[in-house]
Design a protein around this ligand. Structure first.
Ligand SMILES: [Zn+2]
Length: 345
Protein backbone atom coordinates (compact mmCIF):
# COMPACT_ATOMS: atom_id res chain seq x y z
CA UNK A 1 0.00 0.00 0.00
CA UNK A 2 2.00 2.92 -1.30
CA UNK A 3 -0.62 5.62 -1.41
CA UNK A 4 -2.71 6.82 1.43
CA UNK A 5 -6.18 5.40 1.26
CA UNK A 6 -9.29 7.04 2.51
CA UNK A 7 -11.81 4.97 4.38
CA UNK A 8 -14.16 4.92 1.40
CA UNK A 9 -11.42 3.77 -0.95
CA UNK A 10 -10.46 1.03 1.46
CA UNK A 11 -14.05 -0.22 1.46
CA UNK A 12 -13.87 -0.42 -2.35
CA UNK A 13 -10.47 -2.10 -2.31
CA UNK A 14 -11.35 -4.68 0.28
CA UNK A 15 -14.07 -6.12 -1.93
CA UNK A 16 -11.39 -6.97 -4.47
CA UNK A 17 -9.14 -8.68 -1.93
CA UNK A 18 -10.28 -12.19 -1.05
CA UNK A 19 -8.50 -12.23 2.34
CA UNK A 20 -9.77 -8.83 3.45
CA UNK A 21 -13.27 -10.04 4.23
CA UNK A 22 -11.88 -12.59 6.69
CA UNK A 23 -11.35 -9.75 9.15
CA UNK A 24 -13.58 -7.03 10.46
CA UNK A 25 -13.60 -3.81 8.42
CA UNK A 26 -13.29 -1.67 11.53
CA UNK A 27 -9.61 -2.08 12.59
CA UNK A 28 -8.26 -1.01 9.15
CA UNK A 29 -10.57 2.01 9.23
CA UNK A 30 -9.31 2.88 12.69
CA UNK A 31 -5.73 2.47 11.47
CA UNK A 32 -6.47 5.01 8.75
CA UNK A 33 -7.84 7.41 11.34
CA UNK A 34 -4.71 6.97 13.44
CA UNK A 35 -2.63 7.71 10.35
CA UNK A 36 -4.70 10.84 9.78
CA UNK A 37 -4.04 11.95 13.38
CA UNK A 38 -0.34 11.18 12.95
CA UNK A 39 -0.16 13.42 9.89
CA UNK A 40 -2.11 16.23 11.55
CA UNK A 41 0.33 16.04 14.49
CA UNK A 42 3.25 16.04 12.08
CA UNK A 43 2.03 19.08 10.10
CA UNK A 44 1.29 20.97 13.30
CA UNK A 45 4.84 20.14 14.44
CA UNK A 46 3.77 18.17 17.50
CA UNK A 47 5.52 15.02 16.36
CA UNK A 48 7.84 13.58 13.74
CA UNK A 49 6.95 12.07 10.40
CA UNK A 50 4.81 8.92 10.83
CA UNK A 51 6.84 5.76 10.57
CA UNK A 52 5.87 2.45 9.05
CA UNK A 53 4.78 -0.35 11.31
CA UNK A 54 6.84 -3.50 11.47
CA UNK A 55 5.53 -7.03 11.85
CA UNK A 56 8.18 -7.76 14.49
CA UNK A 57 7.02 -4.93 16.74
CA UNK A 58 3.83 -4.53 18.77
CA UNK A 59 0.67 -5.23 16.75
CA UNK A 60 -2.71 -3.71 17.45
CA UNK A 61 -6.30 -3.71 16.25
CA UNK A 62 -8.85 -1.20 17.45
CA UNK A 63 -12.54 -2.08 17.52
CA UNK A 64 -15.25 0.52 17.86
CA UNK A 65 -18.73 -0.13 19.25
CA UNK A 66 -20.17 -1.64 16.08
CA UNK A 67 -17.42 -4.26 15.92
CA UNK A 68 -17.55 -5.81 19.38
CA UNK A 69 -20.06 -6.94 21.98
CA UNK A 70 -19.54 -6.95 25.69
CA UNK A 71 -21.82 -9.02 27.88
CA UNK A 72 -21.83 -7.45 31.29
CA UNK A 73 -23.39 -10.41 33.05
CA UNK A 74 -20.81 -12.95 31.92
CA UNK A 75 -18.02 -10.42 31.27
CA UNK A 76 -17.51 -11.89 27.82
CA UNK A 77 -15.97 -9.95 24.99
CA UNK A 78 -16.96 -10.87 21.43
CA UNK A 79 -15.10 -9.38 18.48
CA UNK A 80 -16.41 -9.20 14.91
CA UNK A 81 -15.05 -12.08 12.79
CA UNK A 82 -13.01 -13.35 15.74
CA UNK A 83 -15.67 -14.56 18.10
CA UNK A 84 -15.71 -14.48 21.87
CA UNK A 85 -12.33 -14.27 23.55
CA UNK A 86 -11.22 -15.28 27.01
CA UNK A 87 -10.02 -12.28 28.98
CA UNK A 88 -8.55 -12.25 32.47
CA UNK A 89 -9.70 -8.79 33.58
CA UNK A 90 -7.22 -7.02 35.79
CA UNK A 91 -9.83 -4.95 37.58
CA UNK A 92 -13.51 -4.33 37.89
CA UNK A 93 -15.44 -1.73 35.91
CA UNK A 94 -19.02 -0.46 35.90
CA UNK A 95 -19.63 1.03 32.46
CA UNK A 96 -19.60 -0.60 29.03
CA UNK A 97 -16.43 -0.25 26.94
CA UNK A 98 -16.68 2.28 24.10
CA UNK A 99 -13.53 1.13 22.30
CA UNK A 100 -11.59 -2.12 22.52
CA UNK A 101 -7.97 -2.44 21.42
CA UNK A 102 -6.24 -5.79 21.11
CA UNK A 103 -2.46 -5.65 21.15
CA UNK A 104 0.04 -8.41 20.59
CA UNK A 105 3.50 -7.92 22.01
CA UNK A 106 6.66 -9.17 20.23
CA UNK A 107 6.76 -12.13 22.64
CA UNK A 108 3.26 -13.19 21.60
CA UNK A 109 1.33 -11.94 24.60
CA UNK A 110 -2.11 -10.44 24.02
CA UNK A 111 -3.57 -7.50 25.90
CA UNK A 112 -7.03 -5.99 25.80
CA UNK A 113 -7.25 -2.26 26.43
CA UNK A 114 -10.69 -0.73 26.79
CA UNK A 115 -11.92 2.84 26.96
CA UNK A 116 -14.55 3.35 29.60
CA UNK A 117 -16.77 6.18 30.66
CA UNK A 118 -16.26 5.78 34.40
CA UNK A 119 -16.94 8.53 36.94
CA UNK A 120 -13.80 10.32 38.08
CA UNK A 121 -12.49 9.03 41.42
CA UNK A 122 -12.80 11.27 44.45
CA UNK A 123 -9.87 13.57 45.23
CA UNK A 124 -7.60 12.34 48.01
CA UNK A 125 -7.51 14.07 51.37
CA UNK A 126 -4.96 16.88 51.63
CA UNK A 127 -1.95 16.15 53.82
CA UNK A 128 -0.34 19.62 53.77
CA UNK A 129 3.00 18.03 52.82
CA UNK A 130 5.36 18.97 49.97
CA UNK A 131 8.25 16.95 48.57
CA UNK A 132 11.03 17.19 46.00
CA UNK A 133 12.17 14.11 44.09
CA UNK A 134 15.43 13.54 42.27
CA UNK A 135 15.08 10.74 39.73
CA UNK A 136 18.10 8.65 39.03
CA UNK A 137 19.75 5.68 37.42
CA UNK A 138 21.19 3.73 40.32
CA UNK A 139 18.18 4.54 42.50
CA UNK A 140 14.65 5.11 41.24
CA UNK A 141 14.27 8.31 43.23
CA UNK A 142 15.71 10.21 46.18
CA UNK A 143 13.33 12.43 48.14
CA UNK A 144 14.09 15.77 49.76
CA UNK A 145 13.23 14.28 53.18
CA UNK A 146 16.06 11.80 52.77
CA UNK A 147 13.95 8.80 51.74
CA UNK A 148 15.46 6.55 49.09
CA UNK A 149 13.32 4.61 46.67
CA UNK A 150 15.31 1.81 45.13
CA UNK A 151 14.92 0.21 41.73
CA UNK A 152 12.94 -3.04 41.50
CA UNK A 153 14.96 -5.98 42.75
CA UNK A 154 16.93 -8.11 40.28
CA UNK A 155 16.96 -5.25 37.72
CA UNK A 156 20.74 -5.24 37.44
CA UNK A 157 21.00 -9.01 37.01
CA UNK A 158 18.21 -9.08 34.46
CA UNK A 159 19.84 -6.32 32.44
CA UNK A 160 23.01 -8.37 32.28
CA UNK A 161 21.04 -11.38 31.16
CA UNK A 162 19.26 -9.29 28.53
CA UNK A 163 22.57 -8.02 27.13
CA UNK A 164 23.78 -11.62 26.97
CA UNK A 165 20.63 -12.78 25.14
CA UNK A 166 20.91 -9.90 22.69
CA UNK A 167 24.48 -10.86 21.86
CA UNK A 168 23.32 -14.42 21.24
CA UNK A 169 20.55 -13.13 18.98
CA UNK A 170 23.00 -11.05 16.93
CA UNK A 171 25.08 -14.17 16.19
CA UNK A 172 22.10 -16.11 14.84
CA UNK A 173 21.24 -16.20 11.16
CA UNK A 174 18.32 -13.84 10.65
CA UNK A 175 15.07 -15.67 9.91
CA UNK A 176 16.34 -19.07 11.06
CA UNK A 177 14.60 -21.16 13.68
CA UNK A 178 17.41 -20.62 16.18
CA UNK A 179 17.23 -16.88 15.51
CA UNK A 180 13.49 -16.87 16.11
CA UNK A 181 13.81 -18.72 19.42
CA UNK A 182 16.52 -16.28 20.55
CA UNK A 183 14.32 -13.37 19.45
CA UNK A 184 11.42 -14.68 21.57
CA UNK A 185 13.70 -15.03 24.61
CA UNK A 186 14.88 -11.44 24.24
CA UNK A 187 11.32 -10.19 23.81
CA UNK A 188 10.05 -12.12 26.87
CA UNK A 189 12.82 -10.93 29.16
CA UNK A 190 12.48 -7.38 27.88
CA UNK A 191 8.77 -7.45 28.68
CA UNK A 192 9.45 -8.96 32.08
CA UNK A 193 11.83 -6.11 32.87
CA UNK A 194 9.47 -3.38 31.66
CA UNK A 195 6.50 -4.94 33.50
CA UNK A 196 8.44 -5.06 36.77
CA UNK A 197 9.61 -1.53 36.22
CA UNK A 198 6.12 -0.23 35.37
CA UNK A 199 4.72 -1.95 38.48
CA UNK A 200 7.33 -0.25 40.69
CA UNK A 201 6.63 3.10 39.05
CA UNK A 202 2.87 2.78 39.55
CA UNK A 203 3.34 1.93 43.23
CA UNK A 204 5.88 4.70 43.84
CA UNK A 205 3.96 7.46 42.06
CA UNK A 206 0.68 6.52 43.74
CA UNK A 207 2.41 6.49 47.13
CA UNK A 208 3.84 9.97 46.50
CA UNK A 209 0.48 11.35 45.38
CA UNK A 210 -1.18 9.88 48.47
CA UNK A 211 1.35 11.31 50.90
CA UNK A 212 2.10 14.71 49.40
CA UNK A 213 -0.02 17.60 48.10
CA UNK A 214 2.82 19.18 46.17
CA UNK A 215 5.52 17.24 44.31
CA UNK A 216 8.45 18.89 42.53
CA UNK A 217 10.51 16.97 39.99
CA UNK A 218 13.15 17.91 37.47
CA UNK A 219 12.26 18.31 33.81
CA UNK A 220 13.53 15.07 32.43
CA UNK A 221 15.87 15.78 29.58
CA UNK A 222 18.67 16.69 31.98
CA UNK A 223 19.80 13.16 32.54
CA UNK A 224 18.47 11.86 29.24
CA UNK A 225 21.04 13.99 27.45
CA UNK A 226 23.81 11.77 28.72
CA UNK A 227 26.11 10.49 26.00
CA UNK A 228 26.25 7.10 27.59
CA UNK A 229 23.86 4.91 25.62
CA UNK A 230 24.03 1.73 27.65
CA UNK A 231 21.15 -0.68 27.94
CA UNK A 232 20.65 0.21 31.58
CA UNK A 233 20.62 3.85 30.61
CA UNK A 234 17.98 3.55 27.92
CA UNK A 235 15.70 1.50 30.15
CA UNK A 236 16.19 4.03 32.90
CA UNK A 237 15.36 6.93 30.56
CA UNK A 238 12.15 5.21 29.54
CA UNK A 239 11.37 4.67 33.22
CA UNK A 240 11.98 8.30 34.09
CA UNK A 241 9.69 9.45 31.30
CA UNK A 242 6.87 7.25 32.55
CA UNK A 243 7.57 8.29 36.16
CA UNK A 244 6.66 11.82 35.21
CA UNK A 245 3.68 10.87 33.05
CA UNK A 246 2.25 8.63 35.80
CA UNK A 247 2.90 11.18 38.53
CA UNK A 248 1.17 13.91 36.52
CA UNK A 249 -1.96 11.98 35.66
CA UNK A 250 -2.32 10.50 39.13
CA UNK A 251 -1.87 13.95 40.71
CA UNK A 252 -4.52 15.39 38.41
CA UNK A 253 -6.89 12.51 39.11
CA UNK A 254 -6.53 12.78 42.88
CA UNK A 255 -6.36 16.59 43.15
CA UNK A 256 -2.65 17.03 43.92
CA UNK A 257 -0.02 19.22 42.25
CA UNK A 258 3.13 18.30 40.31
CA UNK A 259 5.68 20.83 39.10
CA UNK A 260 8.57 20.05 36.76
CA UNK A 261 11.39 22.56 37.17
CA UNK A 262 13.68 24.01 34.53
CA UNK A 263 16.10 21.51 33.08
CA UNK A 264 19.03 23.92 33.22
CA UNK A 265 18.83 24.53 36.94
CA UNK A 266 22.03 23.14 38.56
CA UNK A 267 20.20 21.11 41.23
CA UNK A 268 23.14 18.82 42.05
CA UNK A 269 25.81 21.52 42.28
CA UNK A 270 23.91 24.04 44.39
CA UNK A 271 24.20 23.84 48.19
CA UNK A 272 20.65 23.51 49.53
CA UNK A 273 21.69 25.14 52.81
CA UNK A 274 23.45 28.32 51.67
CA UNK A 275 23.03 28.51 47.88
CA UNK A 276 26.73 28.19 47.06
CA UNK A 277 27.27 26.73 43.57
CA UNK A 278 30.11 24.24 43.32
CA UNK A 279 32.02 24.28 40.04
CA UNK A 280 32.86 21.11 38.13
CA UNK A 281 31.27 18.16 39.83
CA UNK A 282 31.77 14.79 38.16
CA UNK A 283 28.85 12.34 37.86
CA UNK A 284 30.77 9.92 40.09
CA UNK A 285 30.66 12.27 43.09
CA UNK A 286 27.99 10.79 45.39
CA UNK A 287 28.57 13.08 48.39
CA UNK A 288 30.29 16.41 48.92
CA UNK A 289 31.02 19.12 51.49
CA UNK A 290 29.99 22.70 50.83
CA UNK A 291 33.07 24.92 50.65
CA UNK A 292 31.07 27.89 51.88
CA UNK A 293 29.01 26.63 54.84
CA UNK A 294 30.57 23.23 55.43
CA UNK A 295 27.35 21.19 55.17
CA UNK A 296 27.87 17.57 54.16
CA UNK A 297 25.56 16.64 51.29
CA UNK A 298 24.35 13.40 49.77
CA UNK A 299 24.34 14.34 46.08
CA UNK A 300 20.81 13.18 45.25
CA UNK A 301 19.19 14.27 48.51
CA UNK A 302 20.68 17.75 48.08
CA UNK A 303 19.38 17.85 44.51
CA UNK A 304 15.90 16.81 45.70
CA UNK A 305 15.90 19.62 48.30
CA UNK A 306 16.82 22.16 45.62
CA UNK A 307 14.17 20.81 43.27
CA UNK A 308 11.54 21.25 45.99
CA UNK A 309 12.71 24.79 46.81
CA UNK A 310 12.70 25.88 43.16
CA UNK A 311 9.34 24.18 42.56
CA UNK A 312 7.79 26.06 45.45
CA UNK A 313 9.28 29.39 44.33
CA UNK A 314 8.03 29.02 40.78
CA UNK A 315 4.50 28.12 41.80
CA UNK A 316 4.42 30.94 44.35
CA UNK A 317 5.24 33.38 41.55
CA UNK A 318 2.40 31.82 39.61
CA UNK A 319 4.50 31.35 36.51
CA UNK A 320 4.77 28.07 34.68
CA UNK A 321 8.21 26.57 34.27
CA UNK A 322 7.54 25.06 30.92
CA UNK A 323 5.03 25.59 28.15
CA UNK A 324 1.86 23.59 28.64
CA UNK A 325 1.77 20.50 26.49
CA UNK A 326 -1.20 20.25 24.21
CA UNK A 327 -2.74 16.84 24.33
CA UNK A 328 -5.42 15.51 22.08
CA UNK A 329 -8.25 14.04 24.09
CA UNK A 330 -11.19 12.02 22.97
CA UNK A 331 -13.74 13.16 25.47
CA UNK A 332 -13.86 14.92 28.78
CA UNK A 333 -14.67 12.15 31.13
CA UNK A 334 -13.18 9.26 29.25
CA UNK A 335 -10.05 7.75 30.53
CA UNK A 336 -8.01 4.81 29.52
CA UNK A 337 -8.12 1.86 31.83
CA UNK A 338 -5.87 -0.96 30.85
CA UNK A 339 -7.00 -4.48 31.31
CA UNK A 340 -4.69 -7.29 30.70
CA UNK A 341 -5.24 -10.77 29.50
CA UNK A 342 -2.22 -13.00 29.36
CA UNK A 343 -2.89 -15.43 26.56
CA UNK A 344 0.13 -16.74 24.77
CA UNK A 345 0.14 -17.25 21.03
ZN1 LIG B 1 26.57 25.66 51.74
Amino acid sequence: MNDLLTSAEWTKQRNLLPWASETSCVPPQQALRHLQTAFVNFFEKRSGYPSFKKKSRKQSAEYTRSAFKYDRATKTLTLAKVGSIKVRWSRDFQSDPTTVTITKSPSGRYHVTIILDEPEPKHLAKTGEAIGADLGLSRLATLSNGERISNPRHLGGRLGELAHLQRTLSRRKKGSGRWNRARLKVARLYEKISDTRADALHKTTLDLVRRFDFIAIEDLHVRGMSKLRSLARSISDAGLASFRTMLEYKAKRYGKEVVAIDRFYPSSKTCSTCGYIKQDMAMSVRAWDCQSCGTHHDRDENAAKNILAVGQTVTARGGGVRPKRTTVRRGNRQRNVKHQGATRA
